[in-house]
Write a protein that binds this ligand. Sequence first.
Ligand code: MEV
Length: 375
Amino acid sequence: MIENSVGYFQLPFAVAPGITINGKLHPLIPLVIEETSVVAGLCKSILFTNSHGTISASQSGDGFIGQIHFPNIKNVENFELSILACKDYLLTKANQGPCENMVQRGGGVKDITVRLITRNDGKTMGVIHVLVDTKDAMGANTINQTCEYLKPMVEAASGEQALLCILSNYNTEKITKVEITIEGIDETLAKRIEEASVIAQFDHYRAVTHNKGIMNGMDAICLATGNDWRALEAGMHGFAARNGQYRGLSNWVSEGKQLKGILEGPINVGIVGGVTNIHPLAALALRCLKVESSTELAYVIGAIGIIQNFAALRALVTDGIAKGHMRLHLKNLLKQTDATEPEQEKALKLLEKIFDTKHYVSANDAHNVLKELRS
Ligand code: MEV
């Protein structure tokens, strides 16, 4: 799959219980992640939300944006007109050329639009958006090829010079929205979770961490299913800053014993093409999920994002995050020493006692406990 490969770098592959979205059960959630406690927190919250909540999801639009950039337009009045005048020709050429296969699958280039942006130095940039419906593929290669194929045509039509073509990972043409409604939750807890989500709307230092917790779950499915999690991350963070301030990606609102969470963003993933088809574990992960379209996969990823967020906020506003993380963290601390397995078991108990009294444990404690055991 990549160049200069000298081996494999393995990560844990976990599963979490299934979830139901829009009435459809996705029986098992595959997760690839190295971080302690993410899966445990998620599983606990899935069990809770499965028995107390319902999840619905929707997606607006079906396009994916490819861009052709003109950094310095000479004839600003003519640029947009010249491109729009040959739009039908460009659509036909692209759909008969690089997008032919996508058209056969019901997709293809749907529209071409033009944006003009004024730079700080007063010059005008032109950006052509090529909107491609990639159906169940993420379609990055096809979008890039299509933009490169159209580039000489739009240069000739406008008399302007393009600098670069590439898809945009900030795809506002297809936004996934997931809503979870939890009933019968403790009122104080619900209010505290709402307050925690308000903090992430107004303090961007907190918003980044809030969103990191959401991405813990979303990235883990992306990775398991062979999707590009860097693309997902980039798009979601762009969306978090869409109004000029970086904010939390989720909003929680409570009313008595009811708590509602909403998460929105450009979750652009595929279930065909790319690594999804050639990596056997990605294929297995997709089978676990029983998703029939890229839209359904986006729904699951969004739903796991908001449930993971619920897990983190619930821990943060009650016991604090350290307690839940501690047991596995202590095990990992001991793995960093040369303790044998039987020693690790004994040392773990001692470290737990230290945590209970001091409320924190460090790598030094792990070494000291081991020394004590050995002496
Ligand atoms: C840790 O990986 C994720 C959290 O920091 C998320 C959050 O603070 O909301 C616990």
